[in-house]
Design a protein. Structure first.
Ligand SMILES: [Zn+2]
Ligand SMILES: [Zn+2]
Length: 311
């Protein structure tokens, strides 16, 4: 699994940073991509990658500010001509999303050749998609903005051939049947499959924030605790904590302070204002704790299993 930042900028695009979009690449696990937010240049950014729009089967929109959604109608329309015909797509996002898309498609005379579902979500919803449960949590922004916590389903451990050989079962077609069942019989004895498997494999956890002030509620922190990856905005990077709060955004030292009591594998800082020069960003990057990254467009982060333990 991999997390890719397609647009890392806040508010206005610049030549280097486009507005917000991310891809969670779960192609190895489910042959799908999950798209999170759809900033204006989304389609152009995808053209520089190997991402196939037809394999995007779920889209999660954090909130309805333009820097997070103005690329969505174009992406949806183009997907129809990029191998997406008949391949269903579901979009999850705040109330108002369906109305906006309906009006946009009606006025522009756009027609899609695949089934599109739009699901408007709310605080504390839990959504099930292929191989993930997605927890929704309201953040603190000047319009409804959501955190999405993607929790990969746990997998049962693999069969242990040595243990099976111990009771006389050699590798063969019987293994597949044993794996499917909770109990199995062999030579007149009944066995529990769980006695012949390795430990369960814990699913990975990726917590992606929409725009927000820093939030310190214990229930929120426990929701994102032990994430393999946390994606958090820091529109402000130079100590402007009051200003960040006034504008319903976050400043980087407040984000780091807030998260220091929870465990995580990597923290990806995004939604960076364009007013910071490269020299300033390079110096700041050197001072950040290990595992914390100032992202840029096309920043890629592989999500390994148990990465929160390898910090
Ligand atoms: Zn924004
Ligand atoms: Zn916003």
């Amino acid at each position: 699994m991999q997390f890719t930042v397609l647009g890392s900028g806040a508010g206005l695009p610049s030549k280097k940073r486009h507005t917000q979009s991310y891809i969670l690449d779960a192609v190895d696990e489910t042959n799908q991509y999950i798209l999170i937010d759809a900033g204006e240049a989304l389609q152009h950014r995808i053209l520089h990658t190997s991402i196939k729009p037809s394999k995007v089967r779920s889209i999660f929109i954090t909130h309805l500010h333009g820097d997070h959604i103005y690329g969505l109608p174009g992406f949806l329309s183009s997907r129809a001509h990029q191998g997406g015909e008949d391949l269903p797509l579901t979009i999850y996002g705040p109330k108002g999303l369906a109305n906006w898309l309906d009006i946009t498609f009606e006025i522009s005379g756009s027609r899609l050749n695949y089934p599109l579902s739009i699901v408007e979500v709310g605080h504390k919803d839990c959504i099930e998609i292929d191989n993930f449960k997605v927890h929704v949590r309201l953040l603190d922004h000047n319009i409804d903005s959501f955190l999405y916590v993607f929790k990969e389903n746990d997998k049962t451990g693999a069969l242990d051939p040595d243990k099976l050989k111990g009771i006389g079962i050699e590798p063969g077609p019987l293994y597949a049947e044993i794996k499917k069942a909770d109990v199995f019989e062999f030579n007149g004895e009944t066995y529990r499959t769980s006695d012949f498997t390795g430990p369960d494999i814990t699913g990975r956890k990726i917590s992606v924030h929409g725009d927000t002030r820093v939030m310190a509620e214990p229930e929120y922190l426990s929701l994102i605790d032990r994430s393999d990856v946390i994606v958090h905005e820091a529109t402000y990077l130079d100590g402007e904590q009051e200003k960040a709060h006034r504008y319903f955004h976050s400043e980087i030292t407040s984000v780091l302070d807030n998260l220091k009591n929870i465990d995580y594998g990597a923290l990806l800082i995004t939604h960076l204002s364009n007013r910071y020069e490269d020299g300033f960003l390079n110096e700041l990057a050197k001072e950040l704790p290990s595992g914390v990254h100032l992202t840029h467009d096309f920043f890629e982060h592989p999500i390994l299993r148990n990465s929160q333990e390898n910090k």
